[in-house]
Design a protein around this ligand. Structure first.
Ligand code: PMT
Length: 295
C-alpha cells in the first residue's frame, strides 16, 4: 500500500510509491501527481467508518478531469453533471422504498459541475421522512470527499475501497462517476510553448477493486454509451471481464428515463421512469439485490 502523503495547506501533495511498480495501477500512480487534502479527507472517512458495522454505500459522482499543464489552466473533461450520483446518494441515504419524493435536493452540492464527489452513506435502519428535524441525524449518516483529476479519483477509490474491505458483504460501491479513459503522464505535461498530446490509457481500476481492494463488497458500475445498439453487449462484456455484481446500462440521451440492471447469471431488470426520478426506483431495486448479497 502507498504510504500516507504529508498534508500541507495550499500545496500540492506528491504521492510516492514505496516499491517497484508491478501492476498497471502501480505504473499509473507512479506517473501522475495527485493534488488535494487527502489526509484530512481520508481521516474523516476513517472516523465515519470507525465502529460502524451496518451497511455502507460508497457513491461516486461527476466527471474526472485530465490536466494538460503542470500549472493547470487547461484540462480535458469527461461528461457528467453529477446529477445521477447526487440524487442516488440521497435515495440511498433515506432508503425510501418508494414512499416519498424529497421536496428539496439536500445533497445538491454533490452535483455542482465543478465539484466531483464520492459520498459514503450509511443506510438508515428504518424508513424516514425528510424534514428539518432529521438534518442533524442525516449529517452523521453521510460524509463526502471531493476530487478533481482522474488520478485523484482513482487514488481515493483505492484508499476508500481498502477502508471498506473490513465491512465485507456490508459494503456497496456504486460507481456513477464518469472516469476518463485516457490521461497524460506527469512527465508529458506542458510547461510552456507548444502542446503535443499523446494520451495514455488509464488502467481499468474496477479489476483490482473487485479482486484485491474490496473483494466481498457488492459492486455496481455504470456503462454509458451514445449508441444504443452497442450498449448491452458492452455491459455484458464488462460483467464477464471484471466479475462484479451489476452493470447499470444507460444511453446518454435516455439516461433520465431508462436504465437496465445487467447481472451475470440472472435476467436483466428494466428500470423506466417517465415522470419521477429514475434513481428512486433504481436504488430501491438495488437495495433489494444488496440485501440478498448480504445474507
Ligand atoms: O452525472 P449525470 O449527468 O447525471 O450522468 C450520469 C452518467 C451518465 C455519468 C452515469 O449514469 C454513468 O453512466 N456513469 C459512468 C460513465 C463511465 O465512466 O462509463 P465508462 O464506460 O467509461 O466506464 C465503465 C465503468 O468502468 C465505470 O463504472 C468506471 O467505474 C469503470 N472504469 C472506467 C475507467 C477506468 N479507468 N477504470 C474503471 O474502473
Amino acid at each position: 500500500m502507498r504510504p500516507a502523503a504529508p498534508f500541507r495547506v495550499n500545496k500540492p501533495i506528491h504521492l510516492m510509491i514505496g516499491h517497484m511498480a508491478d501492476t498497471q495501477e502501480d505504473s499509473f500512480f507512479a506517473t501522475v501527481r495527485t493534488e488535494g487534502y487527502f489526509d484530512v479527507q481520508l481521516d474523516t472517512v476513517q472516523r465515519f467508518l470507525a465502529g460502524r458495522e451496518g451497511p455502507v454505500v460508497l457513491v461516486t459522482s461527476g466527471g474526472t478531469i485530465v490536466p494538460l499543464e503542470r500549472q493547470m489552466v487547461r484540462f480535458l473533461d469527461n461528461f457528467s453533471a453529477g446529477t445521477r450520483g447526487a440524487i442516488s446518494a440521497e435515495y440511498h441515504l433515506h432508503h425510501t422504498h418508494l414512499k416519498m419524493v424529497p421536496t428539496e435536493r439536500r445533497l445538491c452540492h454533490l452535483s455542482a459541475s465543478t465539484i466531483q464527489s464520492a459520498a459514503l452513506c450509511s443506510s438508515l435502519p428504518t424508513r424516514r421522512r425528510i424534514g428539518p428535524g432529521h438534518y442533524r441525524h442525516e449529517r452523521k449518516m453521510l460524509v463526502s470527499v471531493h476530487f478533481y483529476t482522474v488520478a485523484d479519483y482513482l487514488y481515493l477509490l483505492q484508499r476508500i475501497g481498502q477502508m471498506l474491505a473490513p465491512l465485507g458483504r456490508n459494503a456497496m460501491l456504486y460507481l456513477a462517476a464518469a472516469v476518463s479513459d485516457f490521461y497524460l503522464p506527469e512527465s508529458q505535461l506542458s510547461d510552456e510553448g507548444t502542446l503535443t498530446l499523446r494520451l495514455e490509457p488509464v488502467p481499468k481500476v474496477i479489476r483490482p477493486l473487485v479482486k484485491i481492494w474490496c473483494p466481498d463488497a457488492f459492486i455496481v458500475s455504470f456503462k454509458l454509451e451514445t449508441d444504443a445498439a452497442l450498449l448491452m453487449d458492452k455491459a455484458r462484456a464488462a460483467l464477464q471481464r471484471y466479475q462484479h455484481h451489476c452493470v447499470l446500462a444507460n444511453v446518454l440521451t435516455e439516461r433520465r428515463h431508462h436504465i437496465t440492471i445487467v447481472r451475470r447469471a440472472d435476467p436483466d431488470i428494466e428500470i423506466r421512469s417517465e415522470n419521477g426520478e429514475i434513481e428512486q426506483i433504481l436504488i430501491d431495486r438495488l437495495l433489494t439485490l444488496f440485501a440478498q448479497h448480504r445474507q
